[in-house]
Design a binder for this molecule. Structure first.
Ligand SMILES: Cc1cc2nc3c(=O)[nH]c(=O)nc-3n(C[C@H](O)[C@H](O)[C@H](O)COP(=O)(O)OP(=O)(O)OC[C@H]3O[C@@H](n4cnc5c(N)ncnc54)[C@H](O)[C@@H]3O)c2cc1C
Length: 417
């Protein structure tokens, strides 16, 4: 079903009775060329690009719950290409370019809004670091602008400029950064993949991976065994558990990240803003809610709900940056399970098991990566060769120490990235 302004008008006249489900609900077949484990953003975009770019359509996406019920529907929706290190920088640059054509490509409104991101800085040292980052972004072909305190006052009048402890020295502005409607991204990719013949199978948990002679043969699932020539893992926070089914021990820890949303307000925050002296970031959704988040809960967990001390920590940062937020009521908060890697950068790679592919370690940043990750992962699965922008995301770097991409400079401690 194609979408158009005319169609919306027509359905308005006939009581919205003509819309059809946007993807099928097939039973699993006995065998596929490719089985993708995980129906989140990365699994769905991989299926889409396998079909669209490589003509591989005998594909199933197996999802233990419902499509988009994982982190792809739980994040704070920030999309950006402001990474500093080679390896990350070209990958996120490629991903942002895909975002910019995504709605036309999918014929689906994912509400991609390039409202600009401003990372505030509060000391000379932070300014120097952001100048370097901005230069790296410009060298990569992306956009970056250094803003002084006067521009920040004009653009973000609601910030507390009188705080003597954290004076606002300026900000790094990334105009092409912004937000997108997270679950619409999952739905758009799901529809695009389904239309091209991919089977999207919900309520189908993978419980085992069959391996014979060092190569994959298929998966065991809650809906029976399925044979496959290739198996692509995209299970985000549960990557370690799924990889363990193939005897792999991943360098991944799972931690909870929480997000918060207030009641709907009139437009007040035009951009995405991050606080430089605490881990806090905020934007305003199209419905008017202020959407914000902060640090991870620092212990490993699969609980998918957050703890109270971290809520307090995030609220403190919010009140420090913009005390006006104290007038808004927080309506909801939730948690998602993050697959944290030791250097804070992801893995898209083959594995020692022939036919088994790995996509994980997206930490806080995997939503913006959804188009680029799916594109590069599909390329690797289809051709056996790494796609150039993602060529640095090798598993082996954690064995050799070569090619680590420690964007935060915090060392090999998963929860600090
Ligand atoms: C609160 C929060 C805020 C965030 N904010 C941002 C942000 O602003 N910007 C950004 O870029 N990133 C952000 N992220 C990170 C981003 O959401 C994730 O990195 C990304 O969504 C992970 O990839 P995914 O979409 O494929 O994951 P998911 O949507 O979690 O998909 C993985 C799927 O695998 C399924 N699965 C697991 N095990 C099995 C199994 N055995 N069998 C079958 N299926 C299985 C799960 O049910 C799940 O649906 C945030 C995350 C959270 C939690």
């Amino acid at each position: 079903m194609g979408y158009s302004g005319f169609r919306v008008l027509l359905e308005g006249f006939r009581g919205q009775s003509g819309w059809k489900p946007v993807w099928r609900d097939p039973d699993p077949r006995d065998e596929y060329d490719v089985v993708i484990v995980g129906g989140g953003g990365h699994g769905l975009s991989t299926a889409y690009y396998l079909a669209k770019e490589h003509g591989i359509t005998n594909v199933a996406v197996l999802e233990r719950g419902y499509l988009g019920g994982g982190n792809v529907g739980r994040n704070t929706t920030i999309v950006r290409a402001n990474y500093f290190l080679p390896g990350n920088s070209e990958f996120y640059s490629h991903s942002l370019k895909l975002w910019e054509g995504l709605e036309a490509d999918l014929n689906y409104n994912v509400m991609h809004s390039q409202r600009g991101i401003i990372n505030l800085f509060h000391s000379d040292g932070q300014r120097d670091a952001f100048v370097r980052r901005g230069n790296a972004m410009i060298n990569q072909g992306d956009d970056a602008e250094l803003l002084g305190p006067d521009r920040i006052r004009e653009m973000l009048p609601y910030i507390d400029f009188s705080n003597p402890r954290f004076p606002v020295y300026g900000g790094l502005y990334h105009p092409r950064g912004g937000t997108a409607r997270h679950d619409a991204v999952a739905w758009g990719y799901a529809r695009g993949a389904d239309t091209r013949g991919v089977d999207l199978i919900q309520n189908c948990e993978v419980t085992g991976i069959d391996i014979e002679g060092g190569r994959v043969r298929g998966v065991q699932t809650s809906r029976g065994p399925i044979r496959a020539r290739k198996i692509a893992l995209a299970a985000a926070g549960r990557s370690s558990q799924v990889a363990q089914m193939a005897g792999l021990k991943l360098p991944i820890e799972s931690h909870i990240l929480q997000a918060f949303v207030t009641e709907g307000l009139k437009p007040v925050i035009d951009h995405v803003v991050s606080f430089g002296m605490g881990h806090f970031y905020i934007s305003q959704s199209d419905k008017g809610g202020l959407v914000f988040g902060g640090d991870l809960d620092f212990y490993s967990s699969y609980a998918q709900r957050g703890n109270l001390p971290m809520k307090e920590h995030v609220m403190e940062a919010a009140m420090t940056l913009m005390p006006v937020i104290g007038k808004a009521r927080v309506l909801r908060s939730w948690g998602g399970i993050m697959d944290m890697s030791p250097d804070g950068s992801p893995i898209i790679d083959t594995t020692p098991v022939e036919g088994l592919f790995l996509n994980c370690g997206w930490c806080y940043g995997g939503f913006k990566a959804v188009p680029g990750s799916g594109f590069s992962y599909a390329h690797l699965i289809a051709t056996g060769r790494h796609h150039e922008p993602a060529a640095g995301f090798r598993l082996e770097r954690f064995n050799t120490g070569r090619g680590l991409m420690d964007e935060e400079g915090t060392g090999a401690q998963h929860n600090l990235h």
